[in-house]
Structure formats: structure tokens, C-alpha cells
Write a protein that binds this ligand. Structure first.
Ligand SMILES: NC(=O)c1ccc[n+]([C@@H]2O[C@H](COP(=O)([O-])OP(=O)(O)OC[C@H]3O[C@@H](n4cnc5c(N)ncnc54)[C@H](O)[C@@H]3O)[C@@H](O)[C@H]2O)c1
Length: 265
């Protein structure tokens, strides 16, 4: 009989984590490796620290995932490393756009968010789907955001329409893949995180938020997150292991908010 905790083990499996150089992606890569998987990370930044901790279990490639030719090269190198095997894909790479309401959002900001947050997910998934199908137990986990599920009040200048829209796109992308490839035994689910601090997300907004705006953000955090505080990247590792492993073998097409209760309030 299979012991319950064994269902979370990933021995013999191979995973790819995009955006694994830092933040949530790094936490995901290390957790998957700890559960037994071999893990390749792709990031536009060098994933030196992640690669060092992963050691022989890991592999890292630098690529801008919004660029089709760079995705093709990175995927080719990873499949060479893995012997053509892949069981788990975590589409985590993403950017946040600087805070602004719609009238102040430039077309360039819109294009950048959609390109990096959505186009890259399409390119990477398309390139690796044949191997996930061949696995017979493929699992895709996409990073959306709670901002795909609810709006934040209009004078709260911490996020913007391009980001929220791109993350809502991830919801449709996830559900459609889940349905299209369910008979091929590929599952697809998404995580919609609330605020998990300690990552580099939003670094582009640094210096653009006034002290007053930051104070309002901190007040919002305390008053509007039912649990009363933000999350940390390592709060998400249990969920990634659940979604990546056989522990969730009958779960597909779901968007799981991980947000201290914001979307329940
Ligand atoms: N941290 C949060 O509170 C939070 C909340 C909701 C959603 N998310 C989502 O989780 C994911 C990870 O966020 P994070 O907080 O760890 O951010 P982060 O900035 O710390 O990490 C994102 C990683 O993606 C990489 N990346 C960005 N654009 C890339 C590109 N074009 N090609 C290759 N790599 C690229 C970055 O170099 C970085 O290493 C993102 O998709 C983000 O939108 C995070």
C-alpha cells in the first residue's frame, strides 16, 4: 500500500521552473529538489545561488523567455540535460508593472506585461508539452495572482491593469490546457498568490511609490488581509509539492488562491 506521504515524493521526476533565480521560483525549485526531483531553472538573470544549492540535482540556463528563439535554445539544452524527460513544469517567471491607474498606463507597459507574463508562458509550455505528455503524469503549475480574481480599490496604487490582466490571462490559459490535455494525462493548475514579501517582484516600482503611498499599503496589509500579515515565499512550498506530485492526481484546471484569506473576505 502506498503511504500517504509517499504521494508527495518526486524521486525519479524531472522539473523545470521558470524564473528560478530568485523569489518564489527559487523556493519552488529547492522544494521540488528536496522532494527528490531533478530541477532545471530558466531565468533571464544568472541563477547562481539556486544552482549552487541544487548542486548535482540541478541545471540552470539563462534566457529571456519572452523571446521565441531564446526559449527554443534553453529548452533544447534542458532536454539534453534531462535525456528528453520532463514531468513537472512550473511557469513562474513574471514581472509586475509600476503602479498607475488606466489613464496613466502606457501602451509599452501593457505590451511588456502581456509579453513577459503571458507570451513566455505560452512559448515555454508549447515547447515542453510533448515531453509532459510522454511522461504520462505531467503536471503544469502556473503562477497567476489574487489580482486576477479581485480588483484592488482604485486609489491603492500598488498594481496596475496590465499586471492584473496578464494574470487573469493565466487563469484562462490554465483551464484550457487542463481540459485540452486531460486525456493525455497532463494536469494544469494555477496558484493565485496574495502578497508574499521578500521577493524582487515590483522592484521596478521602487522609488516610484511615495512614503504616503507605502504607508497606505502597509495599513491595507494589516486591515484587509484576514490573517493580518503578508506571506513569505516558503509558505508556498507545501502547495507546490501538492500540485506537482501524485498527491493531487485528480486535481486539474483549478486556481488556488494563497492569500491569507483576502479573496474570501
Ligand atoms: N511575490 C508575490 O507576492 C506574488 C504575488 C502574486 C503573484 N506572484 C507571481 O509569482 C511569480 C514570481 O514572483 P516573485 O515575487 O518571486 O518575483 P521575482 O521578481 O522575485 O522573481 C521573478 C523571476 O522571474 C524572472 N524573469 C522575469 N522576466 C523574465 C523573462 N522575460 N525571462 C526569464 N526570466 C524572467 C526574474 O529574473 C526573476 O528571477 C511571478 O509570476 C509573480 O507575478 C508573486
Amino acid at each position: 500500500m502506498l503511504m500517504v506521504l509517499d504521494r508527495f515524493r518526486l524521486d525519479g521526476r524531472t522539473a523545470v521552473v521558470t524564473g528560478g533565480a530568485a523569489g518564489l521560483g527559487q523556493a519552488f525549485a529547492l522544494a521540488l529538489a528536496e522532494a527528490g526531483a531533478r530541477v532545471a531553472v530558466i531565468d533571464r538573470d544568472p541563477a547562481t545561488e539556486t544552482a549552487q544549492v541544487l548542486g548535482e540535482r540541478g541545471f540552470s540556463v539563462a534566457a529571456d523567455l519572452a523571446k521565441e528563439e531564446q526559449v527554443a535554445v534553453a529548452v533544447g539544452r534542458i532536454l539534453e540535460w534531462s535525456g528528453g524527460k520532463l514531468d513537472i513544469l512550473v511557469n513562474n517567471a513574471g514581472i509586475a508593472t509600476p503602479p498607475a491607474r488606466l489613464l496613466d498606463v502606457s501602451v509599452d507597459e501593457w505590451d511588456r506585461a502581456i509579453t513577459i507574463n503571458l507570451r513566455s508562458m505560452f512559448l515555454v509550455t508549447k515547447a515542453l508539452l510533448p515531453e509532459l505528455i510522454a511522461s504520462g503524469r505531467g503536471s503544469i503549475v502556473n503562477l497567476s495572482s489574487y489580482l486576477a480574481l479581485v480588483g484592488v480599490y482604485p486609489d491603492f496604487p500598488v498594481t496596475a491593469i496590465p499586471y492584473a490582466t496578464s494574470k487573469a490571462g493565466v487563469v484562462g490559459f490554465t483551464r484550457q490546457i487542463a481540459v485540452e490535455y486531460a486525456k493525455d494525462k497532463v494536469r494544469a493548475n494555477a496558484i493565485a498568490p496574495g502578497w508574499h514579501l521578500g521577493t524582487k517582484l515590483g522592484r521596478e516600482a521602487e522609488g516610484k511609490i511615495s512614503t504616503e503611498e507605502y504607508r497606505r499599503f502597509a495599513d491595507f496589509m494589516e486591515s484587509s488581509v484576514p490573517m493580518g500579515h503578508t506571506g513569505r515565499p516558503d509558505n508556498l512550498v507545501g502547495l507546490i509539492l501538492y500540485l506537482a506530485s501524485d498527491a493531487s492526481s485528480y486535481l486539474t484546471g483549478q486556481i488556488i488562491a494563497h492569500d491569507g484569506g483576502i479573496t474570501a473576505a
